[in-house]
Write a protein that binds this ligand. Structure first.
Ligand SMILES: Nc1ncnc2c1ncn2[C@@H]1O[C@H](COP(=O)(O)OP(=O)(O)OP(=O)(O)O)[C@@H](O)[C@H]1O
Length: 419
């Protein structure tokens, strides 16, 4: 096999087809004009010498929240340069910060790095009050306009001390604004009422994209990223896209698949990229079949990751359902599954939990969409019971179980039963 699949590549700019913001940032977001205008409104007080409003930006994953805020921050930098204003924008990705303490140490680090360069250590061992003072001191030292963008802030859960303090800064030397970004609607509802009223002065909601919007987003990526693909006319919409490497149905199917699930632009872009890569390897036009194949591959990976992250007890409960499924009892009740669970638990010399606990584990798996749960009567006069079936491919589920060393033996038994 040669190093590169074809002398006639389909993808000419890989960065444009990357689903995350790291390698390529679109320069405009026509689907988000309303939301961008709302971000403008947050910044508007700066025009007359005031401080920006605080805001909470929220909506499901992959809806362009981060990229929209980043674009507006770039515009703010340009505006400030033209006006001769000092502006500092700190975009802090708070993923992994599970408390206000961690958010504050991250902010101290990021603010100090502005003057001292990269590599500043996070402060350790200080109380939260001292950390917030450090943050305010750094901001005071910087002066001018300071905007703190706290992306993926939901990790802090109900520990919203940092947001409370940051949204009420006591600084005379700087105009400070805080923008929190989250894809967790519940996070917003759980915030303390004071934080809701200060941070949530402005709330900007990003609705999920529909299939037409996703088609246009994909068309723009294709226009920049694929060979022999460009727009016929000034408007860069799907209708105006002309391509010698994409079949007509490819983008509509990609957009439809992504919009059916969550309307997630990141997922749509990834699907298009993977489909193009498969077609490129086979030296074919990118067709519906490649999109379907790429979709299956993505789904498989997602299910695998989901199962891998489950606890051993849940995996054993799942093994119980799989056994029934592959031996011709596709909709077992809790009692049947519990018996199988006990046998598998013995197999690995594991701790055995009660039937009630196993039922709870099965319900958790149903919430994760790994199982489907139904509730029906067990027969005349015998009350109602829960029944479970597998919502994912059994082979994939066994493979994922076998990746857990403790469950290798259980996976082998299941493979043998399925033969
Ligand atoms: N309207 C759009 N036009 C072009 N690309 C877009 C658009 N919306 C989102 N994207 C792209 O989709 C990907 C995800 O966007 P982004 O990270 O901004 O989403 P998000 O809403 O912040 O997601 P999350 O909540 O998961 O962090 C990025 O590659 C981004 O460039």
């Amino acid at each position: 096999m040669s190093l590169f699949p074809s002398d006639d590549p389909i993808i000419e700019n890989h960065a444009v087809l990357e689903p995350d913001n790291n390698s390529y940032t679109p320069s405009n977001l026509p689907e988000r004009e309303d939301e961008l205008a709302e971000i403008n409104r947050i910044l508007r007080p700066l025009q007359t010498g005031g401080s920006p409003h605080n805001a909470l930006v929220y909506g499901p994953t992959g809806q362009g929240k981060t990229v929209a805020v980043e674009l507006k921050m770039q515009e703010l930098r340009t505006w400030a340069d033209n006006k001769g204003e000092d502006v500092t924008i700190v975009i802090a990705r708070c993923k992994g910060c599970d408390s206000s303490y961690h958010v504050l140490t991250l902010l101290v680090k990021r603010l100090r790095e502005i003057k001292e360069g990269r590599g500043v250590e996070r402060p350790q061992g200080y109380p939260r009050k001292a950390l917030i003072e450090m943050v305010f001191n750094e901001i005071d030292r910087l002066g001018g306009i300071v905007v703190l963008v706290l992306d993926e802030i939901d990790g802090i859960g109900e520990d919203d001390y940092a947001l409370y303090e940051l949204s009420r800064p006591d600084i005379s030397n700087a105009k400070i604004g805080v923008i929190g970004i989250t894809n967790d609607a519940q996070f917003r509802n759980n915030l303390d009422a004071d934080v809701q009223s200060s941070l949530g002065q402005r709330e900007i909601f990003f609705h999920p994209y529909d299939a037409n919007q996703l088609q246009d987003i994909l068309a723009r990526r294709a226009g920049r990223g694929l060979v022999d693909t460009s727009f016929n006319g000034a408007e860069r919409t799907f209708e105006n896209l002309e391509s010698n490497v994409l079949d007509d149905a490819t983008i509509p199917l990609t957009a439809a698949r992504a919009s059916n699930e969550t309307g997630d632009a990141r997922q749509a872009i990834r699907l298009l990229r993977d489909a193009c890569e498969i077609a490129e390897e086979r030296e074919e036009l990118v067709r519906e079949g490649h999109v379907k194949e790429a979709h299956r591959k993505i789904e498989k990976e997602a299910h695998r990751e989901l199962i891998e992250s489950e606890t051993t007890q849940r995996k054993l409960a799942l093994a119980g359902v799989i056994k029934h499924e592959i031996t011709g009892n596709p909709n077992p009740g809790t009692t049947d599954i519990y018996q199988t669970y006990c046998a598998f638990s013995k197999e690995i010399d594991g701790r055995q939990v009660s039937q009630r606990t196993v039922r709870a584990k099965l319900n958790d798996l149903a919430h994760q969409n790994i199982l489907t749960q139904s509730r029906r009567g067990r027969g005349q006069g015998r009350g109602m019971s829960n029944f479970y079936s597998l919502s994912i491919d059994p082979e994939l589920a066994i493979e994922a179980l076998g990746d857990d060393q403790r469950l290798e033996g259980v996976a082998e038994i299941l493979w043998d039963l399925g033969k």
